[in-house]
Design a protein around this ligand. Structure first.
Ligand SMILES: Nc1nc2c(ncn2[C@@H]2O[C@H](COP(=O)(O)OP(=O)(O)OP(=O)(O)O)[C@@H](O)[C@H]2O)c(=O)[nH]1
Length: 506
């Protein structure tokens, strides 16, 4: 009967034991294994069941000897086995493709369960966050038709897949697919991550516009080279050349990140929008990467977690940066649209903007009832005002008159300046009386004006106002304008005749 737990592992080459490793319960141990097929012997004497497994990802397959039916494979991210109690000795083969230190763990069942629960929950939360960000930003990008957002999703997808393959969670749902655990597949996703991240960051922060040469001749080609390495390395012999290329890829990636970091630091210094956010998250990522390269074999678990945590924070910050860009782009679009439709001097609609709004009102009138009324306002003898007081004072007079008009109208009436001294108002009224009231107010208010202009002489001005009303919708806004224009000329002529009549009487 066994009185204490003990396990040892022996490496067997040509039938000879070449190395022995005494395992310690709940302490990871290292075993150097040449690449290829390694025969090993596990000898245990156990009071109770325990868990035995491998941490590293270079393992292609673990094949147990025929007499190992009492050793149970557990659904886990890495090859893990439940060892029975009692004394036993069993042979197994490990296929690896790189000569490496294998991390072997031998744990209490309770500790193993706790560790894998923590690991899988943490990783599950991480994948959930990534998936949410990927989908959210992707569909936001589709709505806004800007490929920066799709690039973000591609980048986060590649990185999350890289972590998924490296951490091995796919192995839980798809056991016995050793390819999923293999170095090859996750290395390619590492390359894809470097490439998509570079393209995304360049587009997000407009590095291709600020430093076109650096981004065309260094950043994009280097990222493509790192991607090419990641595809080539799995096909190389796992010897000095292979590890040289692996190192090269790691350092190239670090170099790309440092250059981007430097450029974005300059942008932050120049106070370019979102540059600081991007800088912060990149700094975090570089710190995690330096840690990963410098302490490569120090503690793989910790090294991987540092990168995952840094990446989760980075992905989140990038999502904020992307949405902040969306906001900026949207605001710019809205402002540009508004500017294109606004008269710069009087801050009412210009011809283009007024036409759009007037058409919308006409459509509304066609669908409903009420009176559509258009007022056409032309300032009298504005040329004389300009000639007498100067163009600058003329401008100020136009501003004051437009303010007077805006004060008289209701919120939904549409005021536009469609010519030098010509204003139009279109509105929808419940009845003719309401429409006439507005026309009357405008005509009275503009019939005789004294405009006070700071630092200049007062200007006397007046305007002629024409009105057209429709209970049945007119054919078009142009037709409506033509009629209103004629009505205004009629009013102007009458006013001139009146004045001439007055002169003759005098
Ligand atoms: N200050 C200023 N003047 C403008 C602007 N746009 C047009 N004008 C001037 O407005 C004047 C309009 O002149 P006309 O169309 O001959 O009309 P009017 O002098 O008002 O004469 P009636 O319409 O017959 O009463 C022209 O002298 C234009 O140069 C502007 O933005 N600022």
């Amino acid at each position: 009967a066994t009185t204490n737990n003990a396990c040892k592992i022996e490496l067997i080459v040509n039938g000879q034991v070449t190395a022995t490793e005494q395992l310690t319960l709940n302490v990871d141990s290292q075993q150097l294994m040449p690449s290829g097929s390694n025969k090993l012997k596990l000898t245990c004497s156990l009071i109770e069941q325990s868990v035995f497994g491998f941490n590293k990802d270079e393992i292609l397959d673990v094949i147990w000897d025929k007499n190992s039916s009492n050793i149970l494979q557990l659904p886990a991210s890495h090859p893990s086995y439940l060892l029975p109690s009692g004394n036993f000795s069993v042979l197994f083969t490990i296929d690896t493709h790189t000569k490496s230190m294998q991390q072997i763990y031998w744990q209490d069942v309770a500790i193993y369960l706790n560790d894998s629960l923590v690991n899988n929950t943490t990783m599950g939360a991480f994948y959930g966050l990534c998936l949410t960000l990927i989908l959210y930003v992707f569909f936001m990008g589709r709505t806004l038709n800007d490929n920066r957002f799709q690039l973000y999703s591609v980048y986060v997808f590649c990185a999350a897949t890289f972590f998924l393959l490296q951490e091995g969670q796919l192995n839980i749902v798809l056991p016995n697919h050793s390819f999923l655990l293999s170095h090859q597949l996750y290395l390619i996703f590492a390359g894809l991550t470097v490439f998509s991240a570079t393209v995304f960051i360049v587009r997000l922060t407009d590095l291709h516009l600020t430093w076109p040469k650096t981004s065309h001749y260094f950043l994009t080609p280097s990222a493509a080279l790192a991607l090419a390495f990641s595809v080539i390395i799995p096909f190389l012999e796992h010897n000095a050349i292979g590890s040289f290329f692996s190192q090269l890829m790691a350092w190239l990636t670090l170099l790309i990140m440092l250059v981007i970091l430097l450029l974005i630091a300059i942008q932050s210094f120049r106070k370019v929008a979102i540059a600081r956010l991007v800088f912060l998250s990149l700094l975090l990522m570089v710190a995690a990467m330096v840690f990963r390269i410098a302490f490569h074999d120090f503690n793989p678990f910790l090294t991987r977690y540092a990168l995952i945590i840094a990446f989760a924070i980075e992905a989140f910050i990038f999502a904020i940066a992307v949405s902040s860009r969306v906001k900026n782009i949207n605001l710019q679009k809205i402002k540009a649209e508004k500017d294109a439709n606004t008269d710069a001097l009087c801050k009412v609609y210009n011809r283009r903007g007024w036409d759009v709004k007037a058409n919308a009102l006409l459509t509304q009138h066609k669908q409903g009832a009420g009176i559509l009324s258009l007022l056409y306002i032309d300032i009298n003898d504005f040329k004389i005002i300009n000639d007498t007081h100067g163009h600058d004072s003329g401008d100020k007079a136009l501003i004051i008159i437009s303010k007077i008009i805006k004060k008289q109208v209701r919120e939904n009436d549409i005021v536009g300046r469609i010519g030098g001294d010509e204003f139009v108002i279109v509105g929808l009224f419940e009845n003719e009386k309401q429409a006439n009231n507005l026309a009357h107010r405008i005509k009275t208010r503009l019939s005789s004006l004294t405009l006070r202009i700071q630092g200049a002489a007062d200007i006397s001005a007046s305007a002629s106002v024409g009105q057209v009303k429709f209970s049945t919708s007119p054919a078009s806004v142009t037709a409506m304008l033509d009629l209103a224009d004629k009505s205004m000329y009629q009013a102007k002529r009458e006013k001139k005749n009146e004045r001439q009549g007055n002169l003759q009487i005098d």
